[in-house]
Design a protein around this ligand. Structure first.
Ligand code: 6CS
Ligand code: FE
Length: 304
């Protein structure tokens, strides 16, 4: 398959044009979001939706994530990523396959239906994770485009995927909220440097390859600015696979915990990584596509 988005293969970094639509569909009156929201996502590369869930559902989700964190022994050990300089849990990957409540949430029509609409295709979960960013010790996530990594290291062919970050704790100006460069999703920033073997063993702790150079980041920030969507638990931040984003460390006592669900179009399923290395493990990048079905929409309270 032709590599339309080559990266980490040239001596210098470049800013290239995006070749794919952002909103892949056409708005209609039965859409799950308004025309303004669809335009916001298409033009800015992100969208914030509040009040999708009831207070009870948010509490259920917080209880579930506390349970996951409090009993890591019940999890697949390789899905637990600790902070680079300590044993605090930084992320837990593949949570939709390790928690039935989260499996229901990720398939919930209020989320998957929006992903299906924006990607104009059936969808599956490419990746899910809890980023805990604990108080005092949660480290940063440096600037990056998710798609650049998913293309080079996982073999995601086109830009037809999006992330939904469900805030589990209040995201305040101080505790390391997600930062995005609005509009940056329409440019493809290539990176330099050969990807190390088994790069994920370090990149999920601290990413040093597949990060743009500072001159390009500075010019993107000058042109697009930086926003940090804040909100209470339950707020959902939807962002395109190629929107430049990152987040600062958290030295406040308050954790900044978010659940991330990455929806990929079924037509955009992974092929061989374009970077030529071994594919990353499936706990990071799903290779067995299980299409999410609209009828699997059980309220989170329901016990299976
Ligand atoms: O490598 C990845 O897939 C993960 N890394 C980051 C910093 N964001 C996307 C994803 O969680
Ligand atoms: Fe990311």
């Amino acid at each position: 398959m032709q590599d339309l988005y080559p990266s980490r293969c040239a001596p210098t970094a470049e800013v290239r044009q995006r070749l794919d639509p952002v909103f892949h569909g056409v708005w209609n009156k039965d859409a799950p979001i308004s025309l303004e929201q669809a335009r916001q996502f298409d033009e800015q590369g992100y969208l914030v939706i509040e009040d999708l869930f009831s207070g009870d559902e948010i509490e259920q989700l917080q209880d579930e994530t506390h349970k996951l964190l409090s009993d890591p022994s019940a999890l697949d050990p390789y899905t637990i990523i600790t902070e680079p300089d300590g044993n605090e849990v930084r992320s837990i990957f593949r949570i939709h396959a390790q928690s039935r409540r989260i499996a229901r949430l990720v398939a919930d029509e209020r989320l998957a239906g929006i992903a299906r609409f924006l990607l104009a295709d059936d969808v599956y979960v490419h990746q899910s994770r809890l980023n805990y960013k604990p108080g005092f010790r949660g480290k940063e996530f440096y600037w990056h485009s998710d798609f650049e990594t998913w293309h080079v290291e996982d073999g995601m062919p086109r830009m037809r995927a999006l992330s939904m970050s469900v805030l589990l704790t209040p995201n305040t100006p101080n505790n390391g909220p997600l930062m995005l460069m609005p509009g940056s999703h329409r440019k493809y920033v290539t990176c330099v440097g050969e990807t190390p073997d088994n790069h994920y063993l370090t990149s999920l702790k601290k990413q040093e390859y597949g990060v743009p150079d500072e001159d390009i980041l500075a010019s993107l920030a000058r042109e697009h600015g930086i926003v940090a969507p804040l909100g209470e638990a339950g707020t959902v931040v939807i962002f395109d696979c190629n929107t430049m984003h990152g987040s600062n460390g958290n030295i406040t006592p308050l954790p900044r915990s978010n659940a991330f669900f990455v929806y990929n179009a079924v037509s955009n399923r992974l092929v061989e990584p374009f970077g030529g290395k071994e594919p990353r493990p499936t706990f990071i990048a799903t290779r067995e596509v299980e299409t999410l079905r609209a009828d699997e929409n059980l309220p989170m309270e329901a016990e299976i």
